[in-house]
Design a protein. Structure first.
Length: 307
């Protein structure tokens, strides 16, 4: 296998902060109980939004399945520590790659070829597939994977990740046991402030610097009121990878509107409403987040020009 075939491990940012551990603990306790009772399914489908804990859960499950001591989720043995650092030879992360951002057939062939091989260290090998919705896990690749997914050898476990299990091909979905992660609302409760949108709170729990992001968009909107548009473009682009991008932009728009008052504020309140609606569409259709945030901010900017 060449270096190009090896998927990079998740970054610390993708794995999220330790604050998430309290939210995911009940899920991991169930997995631990299943493992200890010898009832661990061969293939798990972890349902949860990216970067709100699912990566962290997947890594901890992989550590539990490969731990020579049968340790708990936070086990500090050398094996579990290496899993968490992404350097354990028996744990492989498979991520979408290439121009189309998909898990491709060559990656599946590499799994199928490697699966019969014995574990390098312990008794179990784990493959984590990050993002198996139909749009990211092409039909050809998925079909090549089916037989292996259905009848993996005793020493193999698969952990498949999806934000929306309904968007996973039924042939893949039906071969996995589903494990649903706590939603954003549960994370918001942990964050303790129910007056802010749940996903915004969840992003903060996950370690995102929401306060800074809101401040950046706010100053971009204020600059745009003075005729400076470039800041808006940059703010929209920076929000693109944020799970809570829409709420951040909406919150900033409402903040500026509150200070402005009058007719000029109305435009920004509409922008905030547009952004929250766009979020629903984005979820349903998996559209480009940054482009939609930008479109909402730009339409407001153009309406400024006409007034
Ligand atoms: Zn361990």
């Amino acid at each position: 296998m060449s270096d190009a075939d090896v998927s990079p491990w998740w970054t610390a940012e993708e794995l999220g902060s330790e604050h998430l551990d309290a939210v995911i603990a009940p899920v991991l306790e169930r997995v631990e109980a299943a493992r200890d009772a010898g009832r661990m399914p061969r293939s798990l489908l972890l349902a949860g939004a990216p970067r709100l804990g699912r990566e962290r859960v997947a890594v901890k499950i992989a550590a539990m399945l490969t731990c020579p001591a049968g340790g708990p989720p936070g086990c500090s043995c050398p094996s579990c520590r290496r899993v968490r650092s992404g350097v354990h030879p028996d744990v492989t992360l498979v991520r979408a790659s290439g121009k189309r951002g998909q898990i491709v057939i060559d990656q599946v062939r590499a799994i199928v070829e490697a699966v019969p091989g014995k574990p390098f260290e312990g008794r179990t090998r784990v493959w984590i597939l990050d993002g198996v919705e139909a749009g990211r896990f092409g039909r050809e690749a998925a079909n090549a994977f089916l037989k292996t997914l259905e009848e993996p050898p005793d020493h193999v476990r698969f952990v498949l990740l999806a934000a929306n299990p309904e968007a996973v091909l039924p042939t893949i979905r039906s071969r996995c046991q589903r494990l649903v992660l706590p939603g954003a609302a549960a994370m918001a409760r942990l964050f303790g402030d129910t007056s802010i949108p749940p996903e915004l709170a969840a992003a903060a729990v996950a370690g995102a610097d929401v306060g800074t992001a809101v401040g950046d968009v706010r100053s971009a909107l204020e600059a745009a009121l003075e005729g400076e548009i470039l800041g808006l473009l940059g703010a929209a682009r920076n929000l693109d990878p944020e799970p809570a991008g829409f709420q951040i932009a909406a919150l900033a728009a409402l903040g500026v509107a509150g200070d402005l008052g009058g007719e000029r504020a109305d435009g920004l309140v509409h922008v905030a409403a547009d952004l929250l609606q766009a979020e629903g569409r984005q979820r349903a259709l998996n559209l480009n987040r940054g482009r939609q945030i930008l479109a909402a901010l730009l339409s407001w900017y153009r309406s400024q020009g006409r007034n």
